[in-house]
Design a protein around this ligand. Structure first.
Ligand code: PLP
Length: 429
């Protein structure tokens, strides 16, 4: 969290005191640092210096247009998993020639949209999907550039809900069917198989599973070429972890060395699809303490952010650092930090050492740039959380908080329910 530091006893995002943002925009609010996004991107560039590498930002980590534009301006492409994300990437300024379409269930309409816009590559995950794409492309007289996403049957050693490269996971094509299916793709109308893709999971803090997965890819490339099939591109997926608590620093150099060692000599164009590692530590969720209460021996700190704004703790038992914006004097003691939503799962931390806090104090949940705002919902009738992007001493609201009227306007009452019952009739019932 290098760009979220204390200066003069108060927490800043780059040059902006977070209290200024809370006062102007209200809480809860997501706050992102441009400098943190840029340095995360540069860390990949530096690790791959001297080797052409297409860096396709995985939009599902954080699809805010300003975040995507920040990365697009640095030269990033995009990895998208829906038409909605592809539209976002295009709107943010990523050219279609730098967009890869991933995902296990692309609808025919989404394929048609992607082809129509001239997408760089579609990563296909099954034979039926390949056949559908073949029909759609050939009906339009087009050729779809396809990479087959391989399931390498490698355990990423990460949380069960974010591991994707085991045979029993829903993702990809079994590696032992890959050659046969690739050969089939080569003769299907409207399909040009250009290469292979893998993505074995997220928040990997050990690089060894990457070595196993990329080695499997390299073996397949050799086998495919042995059969006279052309393989010109490899897409290595995302997955590099970030520091949420006490994980080792993300080893970009070790990752790059593994890429070089396993697939560097194949003469393929290479791409990676990082999401979390580009934006995860570039954001915080800024929240205000509503109440502090004592329940038996427990100190319970109730904040105005909730699981609908940041679901990672409830969904993955994820740890987020929690820091007061203006720490008070006093010793730390354990606190449960919870939101207002009517679910026990709406708990950000249990027995977390925390300095004294009072109602009205501001706190941040750290490492909230990825899979945070992107996964938010309006559960419990809560307003969608706004987003702010900081750059140096400036900031801008990059997603405003809608009004209650905006939200109510999204629903419709059908004609047969349009007339309200009169109070007399209700009284009579
Ligand atoms: C989610 C996803 C990514 C990004 O993963 P991170 O762990 O955020 O880097 C990349 N590729 C595919 C296919 C994905 O589904």
């Amino acid at each position: 969290m290098n760009e979220f530091r204390y200066a003069g006893g108060v927490l800043h995002a780059e040059g902006v005191p977070l209290a200024a943002i809370a006062d102007a925009v209200g809480t809860p609010v997501y706050c992102y640092s441009s400098a943190a996004i840029e340095s995360a991107y540069r860390a990949y560039e530096a690790a791959f210096a001297g080797r052409p590498m297409r860096i396709c930002y995985a939009l599902k980590a954080n699809g805010n247009l300003a975040v995507v534009r920040t990365l697009a301006n640095l030269g990033a492409g995009a990895d998208v998993v829906s038409e909605g994300e592809m539209r976002r990437a295009l709107a943010a300024g990523v050219p279609a020639s730098r967009i890869v379409f991933s995902g296990v269930g692309k609808a025919p309409t989404e394929m048609a949209f992607a082809l129509g816009r001239g997408i760089h590559q579609i990563n296909v995950e099954s034979v039926p999907e390949l056949e559908t794409l073949s029909e759609i492309a050939s009906a339009r007289g087009m050729t779809a550039p396809v990479a087959l996403r391989i399931n390498p049957d490698v355990d990423a050693g990460t949380h069960a809900k974010i591991t994707t490269g085991r045979r029993e996971n829903k993702f990809g094509i079994d590696h032992d069917q890959a050659v046969e299916i690739y050969a089939r793709a080569a003769i299907l109308p409207g399909i040009e198989p250009v290469g292979l893709a893998v993505h074995i999971g997220s928040q990997l803090t050990d690089v060894e599973p990457f070595r196993r997965a990329f080695t499997r890819l390299a073996e397949l490339v050799t086998e495919l070429r042995g059969r006279g099939l052309s393989v010109t591109r490899l897409d290595l997926g995302g997955g590099l972890g970030i520091v949420y608590r006490d994980e080792a620093e993300t080893p970009h150099a070790a990752y790059a060395a593994i890429v070089e060692e396993t697939v560097g000599g194949l003469g393929c164009e290479l791409a990676i699809e990082p999401g979390r590692s580009l934006v995860g530590n570039a954001g915080v969720l800024l929240t205000r303490v509503l109440y502090v209460k004592q329940a038996g021996s427990r100190r319970i700190v109730i904040v105005d952010a909730a699981m609908n704004d940041l679901i990672r703790p409830a969904l993955y038992e994820a740890h987020h650092g929690i820091r007061p914006v203006a720490p008070r004097a006093g010793t730390e003691s354990p606190a449960d930090v919870v939101g207002p939503v009517c679910e026990t799962a709406d708990t950000f931390a249990v027995a977390r050492p925390l300095a004294p806090v009072e109602p009205g104090d501001l706190m941040v949940l750290d490492s909230a740039g990825a899979y945070a705002a992107a996964m938010a919902s309006g559960y419990n009738g809560r307003l969608p959380v706004p987003e702010v992007l900081v750059r140096g001493g400036d900031y801008a609201v990059v997603k405003p908080r809608p009004s209650f009227e905006d939200i109510l306007d999204q629903d419709r009452i059908p004609d047969w329910l349009a007339a309200l019952p009169t109070s007399e009739r209700r009284g009579a019932a």
